[in-house]
Design a protein around this ligand. Structure first.
Ligand SMILES: C[S@@+](CC[C@H](N)C(=O)[O-])C[C@H]1O[C@@H](n2cnc3c(N)ncnc32)[C@H](O)[C@@H]1O
Length: 320
């Protein structure tokens, strides 16, 4: 699949920085950025406590082989590329690449290291939004409870849509689950006044004033999928609706904050963040996704970075 949109150019600043030298440098989370590469490798180069919002929508049941780079962090005051707790310097070492014939083989093993990193890079009042299929949701909830603590579980949001075929043998499954975890359940962002309002089901019962204003949604969000023929469609198969991401970004971050999506796909989180005045940091290891994001977000002039092998990377991206 190829994007028909014009990819964003690489800025001079980036070219200068790229020419300057060595790889494995820390990544700067404060500029709009698109990264082509494995998310665990990229996350290890991000500083602690920077993102007020992390939204992820990991792949599920793809039937394709998936790979995961395993890394370790070693204290190294001389050559360390990362500053950690107490100002100590650390170096990141790649231990090897693990291949999963299908994600089902060890789905939680695939997710656990990146979820740990997600928690690490959240600000003290930050939140994780984890978007998942109904078949895996329950296993993931147990893992998230372990990593974040049960008290940090805030909501199970059901995104309900009504599109496509309907089984005649069981209830048609027409929802996804989104878990919200707050890093600190006693101090988190929830911009109530920024929630978009929806129509009452029975406006006659609400009265004209309330009916005109609309009501705030519950934890069940009725929203249509991205229309296969509409303007929003990028062509990326698992694209999520912009309205869904705009609701999450506006309520769970403030203008100027940094928003992270490390299973970024077509870059929906980036578009929502940029349109709402937040900075986006997007990571995906799929070159089609990378191309779609570069086209979709070209107007925001993001840094475009490749962590992949020099000869595999797209011509006008920068190796980091
Ligand atoms: C379900 S899609 C995300 C769709 C996205 N929410 C959107 O609106 O377009 C999941 C993405 O995770 C990416 N992915 C899978 N494993 C990855 C890894 N180890 N590192 C980075 N990205 C990965 C896939 O390439 C895919 O684009």
């Amino acid at each position: 699949m190829r994007s028909v949109l014009t990819p964003c150019p690489v800025s001079e600043t980036v070219n200068r920085r790229a020419r300057a030298g060595e790889s494995k440098r820390p990544l700067d989370p404060t500029a709009d950025t698109i990264v082509l590469g494995d998310n665990l490798e990229a996350l290890a180069r991000l500083p602690d406590g920077t993102f007020s919002l992390v939204y992820i929508d990991p792949p599920f049941n793809t039937g394709r082989q998936q790979t995961r780079v395993s890394i370790q962090t070693v204290r190294d005051e001389e050559n360390g590329d990362r500053i950690g707790f107490g100002g100590n310097r650390y170096r990141t070492e790649t231990l090897g690449v693990k291949a999963y014939p299908d994600l089902h083989d060890d789905y939680l093993g695939f997710l656990e290291p990146v979820l740990r990193e997600a928690r690490r890079v959240l600000t003290p009042d930050g939140s994780l939004f984890f978007h998942i299929d109904f078949r895996e949701a329950h296993y993931c909830k147990v893992l998230l409870d372990e990593l974040f603590g049960r008290d940090s579980f805030m909501n199970e949001i059901i995104w309900a849509y009504d599109y496509g075929g309907r089984s005649k043998r069981k209830w048609p499954a027409k929802h996804d689950t989104i878990f919200w975890y707050a890093k600190n359940p006693n101090q988190y962002l929830f911009n109530y006044d920024d929630i978009d309002r929806i129509p009452y089901m029975a406006p006659g019962l609400a009265g004209p004033e309330k009916a005109a204003r609309g009501k705030t949604p519950t934890d069940v969000w009725w929203m249509t999928i991205v229309s296969p023929t509409g303007k929003e469609k990028t062509g990326y198969p698992t694209q999520k609706p912009l309205a869904l991401l705009k609701r999450i970004v506006s309520v769970h971050s403030n203008p100027g904050d940094c928003v992270l999506d490390f299973f970024a796909g077509s870059g929906t989180t980036g578009e929502a963040a940029a349109k709402l005045g937040r900075t986006f940091f997007l990571i995906d290891n799929n070159e089609d996704a990378f191309e779609v994001m570069r086209g979709r977000l070209a107007g925001f002039s993001p840094l475009v970075i490749s962590l992949t092998d020099r000869d595999r990377r797209p011509a006008d991206s920068v190796r980091w």
